[in-house]
Design a protein around this ligand. Structure first.
Ligand SMILES: *Cc1c(COP(=O)(O)O)cnc(C)c1O
Length: 362
């Protein structure tokens, strides 16, 4: 079986280095908000070309903290893509804000910038963009709208560590950006982890406090905060793996190029890429009308697949108030999308086998 993602193999590449670092943390006797956090935050900010990085517990918290730090709440609207992982929307509703969903375009699967302006009201506070599947959202029109209507731009960069929009890195395309280091992401920890990047000093300070019970100074609480911190062990692991992120992403790009060039099947729609630097291929998602049969066929032929995602947020049981809305393109994507294996540790043989099997689907 070619696994969808072999996490053991991915982390085995850095095993000795990771073990050493974890040992150092163990011996240090200091497990939260210490030297490892500081180091990783500094290095990740540098990587994203931003002034500040604040570690936190996971990607959902990174987004929750950004919205909370901006002070958005009940009565405020945040524009977001209808086609996304539910965490993007949970961050909005958890703060009491109303998500205003916008359809994607079928070329990128990202929010369609041409459909945003019609959704802006006097309650709109922010546009949350999601760089889905690893491809940066085309930002020009969104930057112009944010300026025209005085809106914040919040990035959900959980799937796109290292991608660029033109000459700017994801994480540096708006007011603040949330990252996830869930083990399966392009930069993944050995458990949960997340971070916010921003160039806004005030916001950075507030997010740091909010993630630490709302406190800058122990036992003095100026905000009603959360407990959302990146622990020293995860920060140490991430700091090791960050050094290899660009080369890992390069291998993903190589595999994606190979798939795009060699997968030829009239029943399969390939993903499109508008710029080689804009896509870090967190997933390689195909669209197939007869998806269930395609998935069974791949499984029978030794290829594991995953569906990102089977049910869009507005059709989830937890969002009954959104269930009656209709987003036709989003619903079409959710009914046809299927991701085939892509990861830096796949061998050339495995990649060839995937192509052969996909091409033989009838
Ligand atoms: C993974 C993910 C998140 C949430 O990250 P966690 O660390 O799992 O909380 C948010 N948004 C998107 C698009 C994601 O893929």
């Amino acid at each position: 079986m070619i696994p969808f993602l072999d996490l053991k193999k991915i982390n085995a590449q850095y095993k000795d280095e990771i073990k050493n670092k974890i040992n150092n943390v163990l011996d240090s006797g200091w497990y939260l908000l210490g030297e490892q956090n500081k180091q990783f935050e500094e290095n990740f900010a540098k990587y994203c070309e931003t002034k500040y990085c604040i570690g936190c517990a996971n990607g959902l918290d990174a987004l929750r903290l950004i919205i909370k730090a901006y002070g958005f709440g009940v009565g405020d609207e945040i524009i977001a893509p209808a086609n996304t992982y539910i965490a993007s929307i949970l961050a909005i509703t958890d703060n009491g804000c109303t998500p205003i969903l916008v359809e994607p375009d079928l070329d990128t699967y990202n929010i369609n910038p041409d459909l945003i302006e019609a959704k802006i009201t006097d309650k709109t506070k922010a546009i949350l963009v999601v760089h889905l599947y690893g491809q940066a959202v085309k930002m020009d029109k969104i930057w112009a709208l944010a300026k025209k209507y005085n809106l914040k731009i919040i990035e959900d960069s959980a799937q796109a560590h290292g991608a660029y929009y033109k000459d700017k890195r994801v994480g540096n395309l708006g007011g603040a950006s949330g990252f996830s280091f869930y083990p399966g992401k392009n930069l993944g920890a050995l458990g949960d982890g997340g971070a916010v990047t921003t160039n806004d000093e005030e916001l950075a300070k507030k997010i740091r406090a909010l993630g630490n019970y709302g406190s800058h100074k122990k036992y003095e609480n100026i905000y009603q905060g959360l407990n959302s911190r990146l622990d020293e062990i995860q920060a140490a692991v991430l700091d090791v793996k960050l050094k290899y992120l660009d080369s890992d992403n390069d291998r993903r790009k190589e595999i994606a190029q190979y798939y795009i060039k060699n997968i030829k099947n009239p029943f399969v729609i390939l993903p499109k890429m508008y710029d080689a630097k804009a896509h870090v291929w967190h997933v390689f998602a195909l669209r197939v009308k007869d998806r269930e049969r395609f998935q069974r066929y791949l499984n029978d032929n030794g290829i594991q697949t995953i569906i990102h995602y089977p049910i869009p947020p507005h059709k989830q049981e937890c969002y009954k108030e959104l269930n009656n809305l209709s987003f036709k393109i989003t619903e079409q994507i959710h009914s046809e999308i299927i991701s085939i294996p892509i990861s830096p540790v796949m061998s050339d043989n495995e990649i060839q086998k995937v192509v052969e099997v996909v091409n033989e689907f009838k």
